[in-house]
Write a protein that binds this ligand. Structure first.
Ligand code: ADP
Length: 457
C-alpha cells in the first residue's frame, strides 16, 4: 500500500481546486459583465454630452460664434472637435486646426452626417490612444464631436484593485471551507464504519457489498476459530483419556511383575499371574490398535474407496470372533438379502462389523443369540445387529458413540473393551456416507442399525 494517498487528501484537493476555479471564473465573468455595462454607460453619457453641446451651438449664428463659444467651454478630460460638412475641421480644443486632415473618413463623422449621430471606439490617428468618439450633426451641416480616452480593462481592474484583492481572499477562504466541509461529509461515513459489526453500519450503499463480505468472512473465521478450539479441546481430552486408559493395565502389569520379582507368587500361581499380565497387555494392544484406526480415520485421505460387500465383511468378522462367541456360548446368525455393496475401505468396514459384533457378543448373556440382518433396499444398505443384552438407556443412545464413553464405567473392566469401538463404528459409517444409530430390541437388548448408500450395479 502506498502511503500518503488518502481519500480525504484527494477529495480535499479536488474540491478545493474545483471550487476555486468555479468561483474565480464566475468572479471574472461578473467583472467582465460590469465592465461591459460600464462601457455602455460611458458611450451613452458621451453621446448625451455631445448632443447637449450641439444643441447649445444650434442657437448661435455662424461658425465664428460657435468656435468662440467652444473656446470658452469647460471641457474636462474631453476633446472637442467641430467639423464642417465637407470634412474640414473648424475647431479643436487640443490640436491646432492646421494640423488636422479632412475628417470625412472618420466613421463617427460619416454616421452623424448620414443618421444624425454616431459613436465609435477606435485608436485615434491624431493622439494615438484608444478613444471613444461621439458625434452629433447640426442643422447647418456642422458636426460636433466629443471624444475621451477609453478606460482599458486593465485600468478598470486597477480601479477596483482593493475589492479584487478582498474578493480573491474571500474566494480562497470559501474554497478552503467548501473543500473541508465536503471532504468531511464524504469521509466521515467511511471513518465511522464499525468493522466489528459490519452490517449494522449506516454507510454508503456502494460499500454495502464490501461490508457484507467482511461480515461473512468474519463469521467464517469465527466458525473456523471455534471449530479449531473444539478440535484442540477434543484432542486434549482424548490424550488425557488415552493416558488414563493406558495407566490401568500398566499398573496391573507392573504390580503383578513386582510380586513375581519378589518371589511372592507361589510356583503353581505363576501361570495364572502370567495369564493376567498377558490379558492386560492384550487389552493395551487393543487400545493402541483402536487409536491407530481412529487416527487413520481422522486423516480422511487414508481411507480407500473400493467396492465393499458389507454382508461379507460381517461374515469375516463373525469368523474372527468365533472363538469368543463359542467361549460365551453365544451364537451369531447372519441373514442377508440383496446385493449389499457400498463404497468404502474394506479393512475399515470389517473393523466396524467386528466392533459391533464384539459388543453384541460381550454384552449378551451366556447362551444367547446375536442376529445380523443385512439388506439392500431403495439405494441403501442396512445392517441391523440385535442382541439380548442390557440394552442402552434412551438418554445415552447418542453418547455411546463418543470416544471413551461407557454406560457403566464401574463394569468397564469386567466387560473389557477400549471404549473406542462405537466411535470407530460411527466414524467408518460416516466415511462411507452413511450413519449408525441404536434402537431397543424386544423384549430386551440393543439393535445397532447401520445405513450406508449402496452403489449401483
Ligand atoms: P467398549 O469397548 O467399552 O465396548 P464401545 O465404544 O464399543 O466401547 O461401547 C461404548 C459403550 O456402549 C460400552 O462401554 C457399553 O456401555 C455400551 N454398549 C456398546 N454396545 C453395547 C451393546 N450391544 N449392548 C449394551 N451396551 C453396549
Amino acid at each position: 500500500m502506498t502511503r500518503g494517498k488518502t481519500l480525504a487528501g484527494r477529495t480535499f484537493a479536488l474540491v478545493f481546486l474545483l471550487s476555486l476555479v468555479v468561483m474565480l471564473a464566475s468572479a471574472l465573468a461578473a467583472t467582465a459583465a460590469s465592465f461591459r455595462s460600464y462601457e455602455h454607460e460611458a458611450e451613452a453619457k458621451l453621446l448625451a454630452q455631445a448632443s447637449s453641446v450641439a444643441d447649445s451651438l444650434e442657437s448661435l449664428d455662424g461658425e465664428e460664434a460657435m468656435c468662440r463659444m467652444l473656446e470658452g467651454y469647460p471641457f474636462v478630460g474631453l476633446r472637442c472637435t467641430l467639423v464642417r460638412a465637407d470634412g474640414t475641421v473648424a475647431f479643436d480644443n487640443e490640436v491646432p486646426v492646421a494640423e488636422l486632415d479632412n475628417h470625412l473618413g472618420r466613421e463617427e463623422i460619416r454616421t452623424a452626417l448620414e443618421l444624425g449621430r454616431g459613436i465609435t471606439l477606435r485608436k485615434s490617428q491624431t493622439v494615438g490612444t484608444d478613444m471613444l468618439y461621439a458625434a452629433d450633426s447640426m442643422s447647418d451641416g456642422h458636426v460636433l464631436r466629443l471624444s475621451e480616452t477609453r478606460t482599458s480593462l486593465a485600468s478598470f481592474f486597477g480601479g477596483m484593485s482593493l475589492q479584487l484583492v478582498v474578493s480573491l481572499v474571500v474566494i480562497f477562504l470559501l474554497s478552503l471551507l467548501a473543500a473541508r466541509i465536503i471532504t468531511r461529509m464524504v469521509v466521515k461515513p467511511l471513518r465511522d464504519i464499525d468493522l466489528s459489526n459490519p452490517l449494522e453500519n449506516d454507510a454508503y450503499e456502494e460499500i454495502q457489498p464490501l461490508l457484507a463480505r467482511v461480515d461473512s468472512q468474519k463469521r467464517e473465521l469465527q466458525a473456523q476459530n471455534e471449530e479449531l478450539k473444539r478440535a484442540v479441546s477434543l484432542r486434549r481430552e482424548f490424550t488425557g483419556n488415552v493416558s488414563h486408559e493406558m495407566k490401568s493395565p500398566l499398573q496391573v502389569i507392573g504390580g503383578y511383575a513386582e510380586l513375581m520379582e519378589k518371589g511372592l507368587v507361589e510356583g503353581e500361581d505363576v501361570p495364572r499371574f502370567a495369564g493376567l499380565i498377558r490379558s492386560e497387555a492384550e487389552s493395551m494392544r487393543g487400545l493402541v490398535d483402536d487409536i491407530l484406526v481412529l487416527s487413520r480415520l481422522d486423516e480422511a485421505d487414508a481411507a480407500r474407496t473400493e467396492d465393499v460387500d458389507v454382508a461379507q465383511a460381517f461374515a469375516r468378522a463373525a469368523e474372527r470372533l468365533s472363538a469368543k462367541s463359542d467361549d460365551r456360548g453365544v451364537s451369531v446368525e447372519l441373514i442377508s438379502s440383496g446385493r449389499c455393496v457400498v463404497s468404502g475401505d474394506n479393512r475399515l468396514v470389517e473393523q466396524m462389523a467386528y466392533n459391533l459384533l464384539d459388543n453384541a457378543i460381550r454384552f449378551s448373556p451366556k447362551g444367547a443369540r446375536v442376529r445380523v440382518e443385512a439388506s439392500s433396499e431403495l439405494g441403501v444398505v442396512t445392517v441391523r445387529v440385535s442382541d439380548s443384552g442390557p440394552g442402552i438407556p434412551d438418554e445415552l443412545k447418542a453418547r455411546v458413540f463418543e470416544r471413551f464413553f461407557r454406560v457403566d464405567e464401574s463394569r468397564a473392566r469386567e466387560t473389557g473393551g477400549t471404549g473406542l469401538g462405537l466411535a470407530i463404528v460411527k466414524h467408518v459409517a460416516e466415511a462411507c456416507g452413511g450413519e449408525v444409530r441404536v434402537e431397543d430390541n424386544t423384549p430386551c437388548g440393543a439393535v445397532f442399525v447401520v445405513s450406508i448408500p449402496s452403489i449401483a450395479m
